[in-house]
Design a protein around this ligand. Sequence first.
Ligand SMILES: [Fe+2]
Ligand SMILES: [Fe+2]
Length: 183
Amino acid sequence: MPGLTPVEQEVLVYSYFRDAELRGANLLVRLMRLVDDPESQVFLTQHLADETRHAWLWTQRIQELGAQPVLVDDGYQVRIGKLAGVPKTIVDIFALTVVVEQRALRRYQQHLRKPGVSDRTREVLEAVTKDEAWHIDWIRTKARELAEKAGDPEWVDRAIRKYRAIDEQVMAELDEKERGLGG
Ligand SMILES: [Fe+2]
Ligand SMILES: [Fe+2]
């Protein structure tokens, strides 16, 4: 966005990260109401604790820059929601979560490779990245279990493919936007 200082650009990028974490947490809360087995409840609680902590780490990072989070209403998840609609089945929500988690991981890894990333930001990026592998793992495993129980083992992969196509479209839009920011 023309006219933003480098710090303002940084704050905006972290605000988008923060927003994606919070909306990811919201997806998990929805899952919690739909899934009734105790193992999933435990995983979901731990997972939710991670995502809200990630959102807090970004919030703190923004505050360290002497700023406050910018409210984001056109971020990754909102765009995904507009294109994908509300997922109606548990398997769809799980599949969407897998795609969203993989994207979060990739965005953080890409940001880590950018030139001029400060030590503190690197610290936050490394902290939030560390949890993503097990998030993706348990969600995918559980989704496959549910699909198999429903007699349609291909369901998860089908749903993941559907959401990945939407994710790629959204990322093309967001990359365009971030380039405009000089981020
Ligand atoms: Fe996260
Ligand atoms: Fe995650």
